[in-house]
Write a protein that binds this ligand. Structure first.
Ligand code: BGC
Length: 779
């Protein structure tokens, strides 16, 4: 599926360097806008729902509020089960909606489908970290007012969000009522046939416990049905403006709030600030939740919306200092790349107990599950821009290692097998051919450990946690694979699925075998390193898991004798033992509306063809580039690319990177274009269900690893820049071993500046470069 013909669609949102805006309200696209205007801080996620609620066409809105890692686990009912199938499905819960502020102008409730909208604008400000909406409105009875809404989810206060509503009378004298409340009744997720959305339906997961007023705070407590987690959502208010002449406590069913009524004359304003907090027993002791909530609100009451905004801006200033990418010559891409970085930050768990879901905290697609997407897509972005967050993501895998050990046992193997999809570390994949069978997740995590350690120099992590992950997952591989007499004693791995989910349960998936080979070598080296430099730590781990030298020697042996299927005639690696002998998919006679294939063909129809959902061998060409010659890269790419549908959003960015490496800049550019604006242009037409987090991170990789050709091979950093003809220049920053390096590519030259740190060494097109503090070199 060639991408060279890619034509960027017309802008859905105007191109702006530091913001995302919509200048008119449109029911039809409301649900998509709710995703792209989502706010979050890695713990709390809030879709861009309107404070006044949604009053448009049915089915065009999903009210969504999420707490990272807060889930219920409903039993999975299999009509035909089998041993080892997961029995429960963890799914991220849509929690109490605290965004609600219903406004009345006289007797007229405010909403966008009533009265007359004179002007409307909504804008997400990525520098200051807040969302604002300005509406000039005339009520059905002629009350003319200006409404401004500002909201933020605090990046520096994990549990806190705030909304400010300001109403100014233009030509109106009379009562304005602001009813601010929490709604504990959760809209059930849509039940569809789309496997990417999740199961939905069934009994509600959140059970109401109680509501109460405690001083200035209003609290609502819920409990999950199966996991027995508790959640306390709380709100408090500050009102300024004309004298509040009435404040009314309103409480019914699962709603609790306060209505403030004021009288405005033309030119007068009222302002309401609402603080919102979420505290759950997953993070704090159950009996403490109310106390913690009260403390969060007491701290907030000493602040103001402006002060929170100030904190937000300061946080983001440091973030952008490390993570910004500037593209001169294309405002659409500039906006896209910043939006992606910003959304990644908003969705990533930073506490070592949570991670980043396939849709982040922006929607319920994939049920909030964490996949290999984290290690292979999101980790590079965080490793090189926010290493502390990358460390927290790695800590998460260590924290769930015991569960991976249990899973290996269920699978009749030694060591540890990480789950294909999870929230809390348990396997949640009910469809094993494209789930549990993707055991490459183990090698992906091992790859991320190596990249993280080598890029950051965080050997402490390797010694304390990473090594044990490597050892247990390597033990799994040598137990799963075997020296196969039928293949001259080569080490084979059978019955696995590679990254391409359109080919399942195969023997010797090239990607998997190569990644395992690399992992086993690294695990072997790490065991050596620990024995030599950290003997006490080595003994501790060896004793705990019963590791012997003979076992680590076995890893080396398996790595050396790893079988990798190769087709002499074509001069390419076969995706697996049987892939090349299958019939090719009939692309010519597959109409556009039959994509993605997974929604139109039974899996078996797809499995029996040469057709790829996403990069597989091509992914290995990038990740393990040193194992291939450039000619091999070209041949493999040229074979697999035309067979790839990119039905997974994880695919185009990898093709962009490899295209750039093999010198096809035009192809690389087309793939990049599609990746970087995946959600802003709604390319897969499902942004409404949540943003494509991996693709967003992949767009960063397309620039840094693709156009700038950055690689970290055996612990040494190198660049091989090639600027797309469409751009004037492009610059980005990476943190490498604690040093902040700025790379700027322009048509004529590439410059490297060491912005912070003492010294950094790397290669530019094979040439050694060393920079000291503040120094710039131009190549
Ligand atoms: C892809 C997987 C990915 C998952 C979650 C699927 O469509 O095929 O590789 O992990 O989505 O993003």
């Amino acid at each position: 599926m060639k991408m060279k013909t890619y034509v960027r669609p017309e802008a859905l949102y105007p191109y702006r360097a530091w913001s995302l805006a919509e200048e008119a309200y449109d029911d039809e696209n409301n649900q998509r806008s709710e995703s792209v205007f989502a706010l979050g801080n890695g713990y709390i996620g809030m879709r861009g729902n309107f404070e006044e609620g949604y009053h448009g066409v049915k089915g065009k809105s999903v009210t969504g509020n999420y707490v990272n890692g807060f889930y219920d686990a409903k039993p999975i009912v299999y009509p035909e089960g089998a041993y080892g199938y997961p029995s429960r499905n963890q799914s991220m819960l849509n929690v109490t909606n605290a965004q609600c502020v219903h406004i009345s102008v006289g007797d007229d409730p405010f909403h966008l489908n009533a009265g007359k909208v004179i002007s409307y604008k909504r804008e997400l400000d990525m520098k200051r970290g807040f969302l604002q909406r300005h509406v000039e409105w005339e009520s059905p009875s002629g009350g003319h007012v200006r409404l401004s809404f500002r909201r933020l989810v605090s990046l520096s206060r994990q549990h806190l969000a705030a909304i400010q509503v300001e109403i100014e009378s233009v030509q109106y004298s009379g009562a304005i009522r602001l009813h601010s409340f929490m709604d504990g009744k959760i809209e059930e997720a849509e039940v569809t046939d789309d496997p990417r959305l999740g199961s939905g339906g069934g009994e509600p997961s959140l059970m109401h416990e109680y509501m109460k007023r405690s001083g200035e705070e209003l609290l609502l407590k819920q409990r999950t049905r199966h996991t027995d987690f508790e959640l306390v959502t709380a709100i408090s208010h500050q009102v300024t403006g004309p004298l509040v002449w009435e404040s009314e406590d309103i409480q019914d069913d699962e709603h609790i709030g306060t209505a403030f009524t004021v009288r405005l004359a033309p030119g007068e304003k009222v302002s309401l600030t609402k603080y919102i907090s979420y505290h759950s027993s997953k993070d704090e002791a159950g009996q403490e939740l109310e106390i913690q909530a009260t403390e969060t609100h007491h701290a907030a009451s000493g602040l103001s919306f402006e002060k929170l905004l100030g904190e937000q801006e300061a946080y983001l200033e440091s973030f952008w200092q490390h993570a910004d990418v500037e593209i001169e010559g294309d405002p659409a891409l500039q906006q896209g790349i910043r939006f992606n970085a910003y959304q990644l930050l908003q969705s990533v768990g930073r506490d070592g107990k949570t991670n980043i879901g396939a849709k982040g905290l922006t929607g319920e697609g994939y049920e909030g599950h964490y996949f290999w997407d984290t290690e292979m897509y999101m980790m590079p972005f965080f490793t090189y821009t926010q290493p502390d967050i990358a460390r927290a993501l790695m800590d998460f895998r260590y924290a769930t290692l015991d569960k991976a050990r249990s899973r290996a046992e269920v699978m009749s193997q030694k060591g540890a097998l990480y789950p294909w999809r999870t929230i809390d570390g348990e396997e949640n994949s009910a469809y094993f051919p494209a789930g549990t069978a993707q055991m490459h997740i183990n090698a992906d995590i091992a790859y991320a450990v190596r990249q993280y350690v080598q890029a950051t120099g965080d050997e402490e992590f390797l010694v304390r946690k990473g090594a044990e992950i490597l050892f247990e997952t390597s033990r799994f591989w040598t137990d799963l694979g075997y020296f196969n007499a039928a293949r001259d004693g080569a080490f084979c791995i059978d019955a696995v699925t590679g990254p391409d989910e359109y080919t399942a349960i195969v023997n010797n998936n090239t990607y998997t075998n190569l990644m395992v080979q690399s992992q086993l070598s690294y695990a072997y080296e790490t065991a050596h390193l620990l024995r030599r430099d950290y003997p006490a730590e080595y003994d501790r781990i060896a004793q705990a898991i019963g590791l012997t030298e003979a076992e680590t020697e076995g890893w080396k042996e398996a790595a050396i004798r790893m079988y990798v299927p190769y087709d002499e005639k074509l001069g390419i690696y076969a995706q697996d033992d049987t892939f090349l002998s299958k019939k090719k998919w009939d692309f010519e006679n597959t109409p556009e509306d039959k994509y993605p294939l997974l929604l139109h063909f039974h899996p078996l129809v797809i499995y029996r063809h040469q057709v790829l959902k996403q990069a597989d061998t091509v992914m290995a060409l990038f990740l393990l580039g040193e194992k291939f010659t450039i000619e091999e890269k070209v041949r493999n790419y040229q074979y697999y690319e035309p067979l790839t549908t990119h039905d997974s959003s994880l695919s185009p960015c990898i093709h962009s990177i490899v295209s750039a490496e093999i010198g096809d800049l035009e192809g690389a550019y087309a793939y990049f274009d599609r990746t970087v604006r995946m959600d802003l242009d709604d390319i897969n037409r499902n942004a409404k269900d949540g943003l494509h987090t991996a693709a967003m991170a992949g767009s960063w990789m397309s620039i840094v690893n693709g156009f700038a050709g950055m690689r970290l091979t055996n612990g040494s950093l190198s660049f091989n820049p090639a600027l797309p003809a469409q751009w004037e220049s492009c610059s980005f920053r990476v943190t490498y071993q604690g040093q902040l390096l700025k790379v700027r590519m322009s048509r004529r030259e590439t410059s490297y500046t060491l912005l912070a740190g003492d010294r950094v060494s790397f290669k530019h097109q094979g040439k050694d470069i060393s920079l000291t503090a503040g120094e710039t070199v131009v190549m």
